[in-house]
Every structure is written in C-alpha cells, then in structure tokens.
Design a protein around this ligand. Structure first.
Ligand code: 5RP
Length: 229
C-alpha cells in the first residue's frame, strides 16, 4: 500500500528533477500545492548556491514559501515573460492534458502556464489516468454574481452533479474573490471541446482543464522518476 508519506517522497523526487531544467537568470512561474512546494524549496537551494532566479507565484501561499526560500519575486501585476513554469496537477491523461485546481489556484496557474515558454508538470504516479474525470471532480472558477444560474448552466452542459466548494462551512473564495464549483463528471472524452464550451457560459472565469499546455511531464513512481517530453 502506498501511504501519503510515500507519495510525498515521490512528489519530492519529481520536483528535484524539475529544477534541473532551470538555468541561471531565468524567470520561473511557481505553481501551488504540495508538489510545487518541494520544487520551491529545491529552487531555494539553487539560489543559495548562487543561481540568479526570479519567480512569479501562483498564490499567496506560494509567494510566502518562495520568500522563505530566498527566491526574488517580480511584480505579479506587470507584464512578464516566463522562461518556464513548474506546477503540480490533480490528474494527467496519456496526452498530458490535466485537471488542476484542487487547491483553488487554477486561474493564476493557467495564466502563468500560458505565458511560459515551457510548462513542466510534476505528479506522483497515482495522478495518471487513462481519461480525465471520474476520480477527481473538475474545478471551475465562477463569478459570485448569479452563481446558482451559472452552476445550473454547467450542470446542464455536463449532465453532472455540480457542488459549490466550501471551506470551514462557508463558500470557498479564490484569491480573485470568486467561487469554485466542483463538477463530478464521469469521463471527459473530449476535454478541449468541453473547455471551449464551459468558457462560453457567462459567469465562468476559468476551468481546471489544462489542455495541450504541458511541455514536459515528470512522474515520480516507486520504480523511479520518468521524464516525458
Ligand atoms: C492547485 C493545483 C495543484 O497543482 C494540484 O491540486 C496538485 O496538488 P498537490 O501537488 O498538492 O497534489 O492545481 O490549484
């Protein structure tokens, strides 16, 4: 049986491989989550060893970790071009398409991934699935105004149960002040089409589908770390 501790070790092993793609002087998009945390700590060690790096964090949590690790952050509200973005994922299919947003940071994560020359994704092997959907609900960030109507539209498009995400008994708020609904969709046969259709619903800000964005996938598994280009 694989425990959480084992999985965390595999995430760390993948993160240590990922930071080898980072070169002196690069601007790095910093993902959010427990896998990204290992990557940030490892980048901090590179900075302490003399590497010059600047980062763009995808959440307040990541910004705090990066500062602690000694990584200089660039003004998040300006125009930047990232050499690389490195992040975790909740599911990955054989085409390297992803579901992200388990931590609720999907909006910034997608903006950062989209503006990077390379998007490196790190997962432990349990995140690999033959098809997106099923074991992990699809997160969608929506505007609070009329959220119930937006959720109804999503429900009717996906024919799936749509649940408003909560934290401590209250609706979960993203860093942009929006809400998240989790869509319990069985199997996503055509993820690109679904992403396009969801983005056409008024009130939808962004979906957790990251389609055709992954440049390199790094998978930590009990038999070692696999790097897929
Ligand atoms: C946060 C994310 C994370 O990358 C995703 O949830 C994976 O998290 P972890 O590395 O903790 O397993 O998308 O919004």
């Amino acid at each position: 049986m694989t425990t959480q501790l084992d999985l965390d070790r595999l995430k760390k092993a993948a993160a240590l491989e990922a930071v080898e793609f980072v070169r002196d002087g690069m601007i790095v998009g910093l993902g959010t989550g427990s896998t990204a945390k290992h990557m940030i700590v490892a980048l901090g060690e590179k900075v302490r060893a003399g590497m010059r790096l600047r980062g763009v964090p995808t959440s307040h949590e990541t910004a705090a970790l990066a500062k602690e690790a000694g990584i200089a952050l660039i003004d998040a509200d300006s125009r930047w071009e990232l050499d690389v973005a490195i992040d975790g994922a909740d599911q990955v299919d054989p085409g390297f398409n992803l579901i992200k947003g388990g931590g609720g940071a999907l909006l910034k994560e997608k903006i950062v991934a989209a503006s990077a020359k390379q998007f490196i994704v790190l997962v432990d092997y349990t995140k690999q699935v033959p098809m997106l959907g099923g074991s992990f609900p699809l997160p969608i960030e929506i505007i609070p105004f009329g959220w119930g109507s937006t959720a109804r539209e999503i429900e009717s498009l996906t024919k799936s149960r749509v649940v408003l995400r909560e934290k401590n008994g209250a609706p979960f708020r993203t860093e942009a002040g929006n809400l998240i609904v989790d869509v319990h969709i069985a199997r996503i046969h055509h993820p690109k089409d679904l992403e396009i259709a969801l983005n056409q619903i008024p009130g939808v800000v962004e979906t957790g589908l990251f389609i055709g964005r992954t440049s390199i996938l790094i998978v930590g598994s009990p038999h070692g770390v696999d790097i897929h280009h």
